[in-house]
Design a protein around this ligand. Structure first.
Ligand code: XMP
Length: 541
């Protein structure tokens, strides 16, 4: 059993960042929403609890839906850190006072703190154990200063008995507080947000020194633990897994294969909407190299047939999902001794489905991952990655011997090129798009940003080409042609919930455009998408 930090989510969009930071310090972090007190109570009672972090909240302190933290949480005899709203909840519980910063609210007319992170400098005070010796610089009087990100809409205006001021700033006089006897710490600023430059050190200090965690969470050990757990769980049973070629299902397959070898059968469904040479690469790497048992089904005719004349994006997604399930089920039924279905579900999926159960998540698109298979298969579910964040899955993949290029591949949606060909999906469109996309990706790999010494593929989070079936004029050899357009999309993001269009160098864009028009053929022009998310989504459909 690992030592564990409970991250109590009070409704902040930064909660996952807190958990990532704790994991980065080598400690297992578990996120639970304060709305699910049954699970929270269970966690409080389970052995291994080493500390609690109260997240911030997107709610204003005086809002009708502002969450409260039940006393039972504060009764836990482990160190606690409250961040932003979490600090306010702590202050109120122990008898302090919180006041809305009326000027700031009036000036901005804001109704939520989430968009109000400000850059500020706080002065560390009192030499508390949390901040002692951690600073960005000091002022002339020798006081330690920290550059931070905070939302100063509400502030603690009176310390609870037993607490001392740990930090202060112009916006909030009490920007941090501590009761070191009871190991209770509060920070108005957000160590998990990039603007707080010492954030990692502060969280490391909290979990490793104040909570006393030894750092027993790392991916090489996780391989051994997980292999033992899988063997124990499935015994001699056969497991099937839908391999998509994406990072999650590939790492899940490699891990399960390490545990039970040939008892794992992977089904790889080619819907005809994969990237250039993708099927060959998956079969080479996972099949030939790792020796995983793979059933390869080329179902592209069936998918294309059902997609004929369908133009509505959601309808296309549904058809691709439905056909996938049908093909997969047919293959699964041939593996008659299968008892388990393995899936590459990862921790953010688990957290998000819990959040959607509480009505928080807003569905913009039906992001059903191809692989969301029905109960009718009558198989038990094995999800060996359900505790891991994406970067941990990547580290695990490396520990399992998968090539870095594979585990660092950009995400690719389940419906594949189906949502990157606008309107009707046709095989000839898919062929054109595949080739254009491959050129774009190749150039991103081959172009280095000299300042950062990384390729533009590494510097972007997701990049791809989109097929626009609009006729635009092109002139070659004196003749006019009316041909479709290729759009290029490249974004930088950490959470994929918001994204910035990548400032790719003009020379790179020019090379890609020239190559696509001359090498792919049948494309009249290439355009670059300069829309951020929001309002635009990353995919075009
Ligand atoms: P959007 O387009 O909503 O995408 O900004 C955010 C992330 O989700 C991926 N995406 C999908 N993934 N099935 C998937 O498995 C889908 O239907 C789907 N739609 C979007 C998208 O590629 C991006 O990484």
């Amino acid at each position: 059993m690992h030592q564990r930090i409970l991250v109590l989510d009070l409704g902040s969009r930064f909660t996952q960042l807190i958990a990532r930071q704790v994991r980065g310090a080598g400690v297992y972090a578990q996120i639970l929403p304060v709305t699910n007190m049954a699970a929270v109570n269970q966690s409080l009672a389970q052995p291994g609890l080493a500390g609690i972090i109260l997240s911030g909240s997107d709610a204003l302190d005086d809002a009708a839906d502002a969450p409260s933290v039940p006393s039972v949480v504060f009764d836990a005899r482990v160190p606690m850190l409250g961040i932003g709203y979490g600090m306010h909840a702590m202050a109120l519980h122990y008898g302090g006072q919180v006041t809305l910063n009326a000027n700031l609210v009036a000036q901005t007319g804001i109704s939520s703190v989430s968009g109000k992170q400000l850059a500020a400098t706080v002065r560390a005070r009192g030499h508390t154990k949390l901040l002692d010796g951690i600073q960005d610089r000091s002022n002339q009087a020798g006081h330690g200063l920290l550059d931070v990100s905070l939302a100063a809409v509400g502030c603690v205006t009176q310390l609870p008995p037993g607490f001392v001021r740990m930090a202060s700033t112009e916006l909030c006089d009490i920007a941090g507080m501590a009761d070191q006897e009871r190991a209770r710490y509060g920070a108005q600023f957000h160590p998990e947000v990039a603007g707080t430059t010492q954030g990692n050190r502060i969280v490391h200090r909290f979990v490793r020194e104040l909570c006393g965690c030894t750092g027993d969470w790392n991916m090489p050990d996780y391989v051994e633990e997980s292999v033992a757990a899988i063997r124990n769980q499935v015994g001699d049973d056969t497991i099937i897994l839908g391999l998509s070629g994406g990072v999650d299902s590939s790492v899940a397959a490699a891990l399960i294969h390490r545990a039970i070898g040939k008892q794992l059968v992977c089904v790889f469904v080619d819907h005809g909407l994969l990237r250039l040479n993708e099927a060959e690469q998956v079969l080479d790497m996972m099949g030939d190299h790792l020796g995983i048992n793979i059933v390869h089904v080329d179902a592209s005719d069936q998918f294309m047939q059902h997609l004929t004349s369908v133009t509505d994006p959601e309808a296309k997604r549904k058809i691709i999902g439905r056909e996938f399930i049908e093909v997969f089920q047919e293959q699964a039924s041939k593996i008659s001794d299968a008892r388990w279905l393995a899936q590459g579900t990862i921790y953010p999926d688990v957290i998000e489905s819990a959040a959607s159960g509480s009505g928080k998540a807003v569905a913009v698109k039906s992001h059903h991952n191809v692989g969301g298979l029905p109960d009718t298969l009558n198989l038990k579910l094995l999800e060996p990655l359900r505790d891991l964040f994406k970067d941990e899955v990547r580290e695990l993949g490396i520990s399992l011997g998968l090539p870095p290029a594979m585990v660092h591949r950009h995400p690719f949606p389940g419906p594949g090129l189906g949502v990157r060909i606008l309107g009707e999906v046709r095989r000839d469109y898919a062929d054109t798009l595949r080739r254009a996309d491959a050129i774009f990706i190749e150039e991103l790999h081959n172009t280095l940003d000299p300042d950062r010494n990384q390729s533009w593929y590494e510097l972007t989070s997701q990049a791809f080409a989109v097929f626009l079936p609009v006729s635009s004029v092109g002139v070659t050899d004196g003749g006019r042609r009316y041909e479709p357009v290729i759009a290029l999309r490249a974004v930088e993001t950490t959470d994929f919930m918001s994204a910035r269009w990548a400032r790719l160098p003009y020379e790179l864009l020019e090379r890609v455009s020239t190559r696509i028009i001359s090498e792919v053929g049948g494309v009249s022009r290439v355009v670059y998408d300069i829309s951020g998310k929001p309002p635009a989504t990353i995919e075009w459909e």
